[in-house]
Design a protein around this ligand. Structure first.
Ligand SMILES: Nc1ncnc2c1ncn2[C@@H]1O[C@H](COP(=O)(O)OP(=O)(O)OP(=O)(O)O)[C@@H](O)[C@H]1O
Length: 257
C-alpha cells in the first residue's frame, strides 16, 4: 500500500482552545478510512486543515497527486491549490448550480477542471473528450437517468449524489466525504452506501469519510480513526475500534448519538 495523504504533528489552536491536538496520521490507498468522533472532537477542523480552508498552528500536510507522484508538502496551499493537487471534498453544504441540469452541473465542473489542467499542465483537450468524461461521470454515479433534470427539482439524496459527481470531476487521488448520508432517509442512505462501495471498487481514488451514522461507518470502513478532544483516541479495524472501551466512553461522555 502507498501513503496518499499524511499529517504530521498537526495542531490547530483557536485562542486557548486546541481543536486539533498534534495529530499524526497516514492514509493509504486501497482503503476506506472513516474519521469519527463525538461532537466537537475536531473532525471539521481537521478536514478544514487538510483542504487548506484553515492554516495549521503547527505541523505539516503531505499529499500524493497520483500514482507516479511523490508526496508533496501542501501545508501552506490554498483550497484551490489543494484541489488541483488531487484532494477533493464533498461538502454538507451544497455547491450545486440549482438552475442548471445535472449534466450541465457536471459539465461546468469538468470544464473548469480542464481549464486548470490547461493552465498548469499544458494538456489540450477537445469538447468531445469533455463530453465523454461528463457521460462517464454521470454513469459512474448513477445519474444518467436524471441527467436532464434541473437540480432545483432533485431530492436531497439526488443532490448529494450530484455533489459527489462534481467532486469526482477533478479526478481526485483522495476524496474527503463530509457526512455523505446527513439528512438522508433510510432508502437514500442505502443507495449512497452502495454508491461509495462501487466508486471505491471502480476508481483508483482513496476515500476518507466523516460520518455520524455508525451503521454506515461499520458498513463501509476498512479502517476507523476516532478523534476525541482533538487527538487520535483509537485507530484500527471496525471490529477493534468499535469494541474499544475508551471509544464507548468518549461517546457516552458527549451528547453525540
Ligand atoms: N473558528 C473557530 N473558532 C473557535 N473555535 C472553533 C472554531 N471552529 C471550531 N471551533 C471549536 O473547535 C472544537 C472542534 O470543533 P469541530 O467543529 O472541528 O468538531 P467536530 O468534530 O467537527 O464536531 P461536530 O461533529 O459537532 O461537527 C470545538 O470545541 C469547536 O467549538
Amino acid at each position: 500500500m502507498t501513503t496518499v495523504l499524511k499529517a504530521e504533528d498537526l495542531r490547530k489552536q483557536f485562542g486557548e482552545l486546541t481543536a486539533v491536538d498534534n495529530v499524526s496520521i497516514e492514509i493509504d490507498d486501497g482503503n476506506i478510512t472513516s474519521i469519527i468522533g463525538p461532537n466537537g472532537a475536531g473532525k471539521t477542523t481537521f478536514y478544514n486543515l487538510l483542504t487548506g480552508v484553515l492554516q495549521p498552528t503547527t505541523g505539516s500536510i503531505w499529499l500524493r497527486s497520483g500514482v507516479e507522484d511523490d508526496l508533496a508538502d501542501v501545508t501552506d496551499a490554498e483550497p484551490h491549490q489543494v484541489a488541483q493537487a488531487g484532494l477533493s471534498r464533498s461538502y454538507q453544504i451544497t455547491n450545486i448550480f440549482e438552475g442548471l441540469t445535472v449534466r450541465e452541473n457536471v459539465r461546468v465542473a469538468r470544464i473548469s477542471h480542464e481549464g486548470t489542467r490547461l493552465d498548469f499542465r499544458s494538456r489540450a483537450t477537445g469538447d468531445e473528450s469533455v463530453e465523454a468524461d461528463v457521460e462517464e461521470l454521470l454513469d459512474l454515479t448513477g445519474l444518467t437517468h436524471i441527467a436532464d433534470t434541473p437540480c432545483d427539482t432533485l431530492s436531497h439524496g439526488e443532490k448529494r449524489t450530484v455533489e459527489i459527481a462534481l467532486a469526482l470531476a477533478i479526478e481526485p487521488n483522495v476524496f474527503l466525504m463530509d457526512e455523505p448520508t446527513a439528512g438522508m432517509n433510510p432508502t437514500e442512505v442505502a443507495e449512497i452506501v452502495s454508491l461509495i462501495r462501487e466508486l471505491d471498487a471502480d476508481l483508483d481514488t482513496t476515500f476518507v469519510v466523516t460520518e455520524h451514522n455508525m451503521d454506515v461507518v461499520t458498513d463501509i470502513s476498512d479502517r476507523i480513526v476516532v478523534l476525541a478532544e482533538g487527538a487520535i483516541l483509537a485507530d484500527g479495524t471496525p471490529e477493534d475500534v468499535l469494541t474499544d472501551e475508551r471509544v464507548t466512553e468518549a461517546y457516552l461522555g458527549s451528547d453525540s448519538a
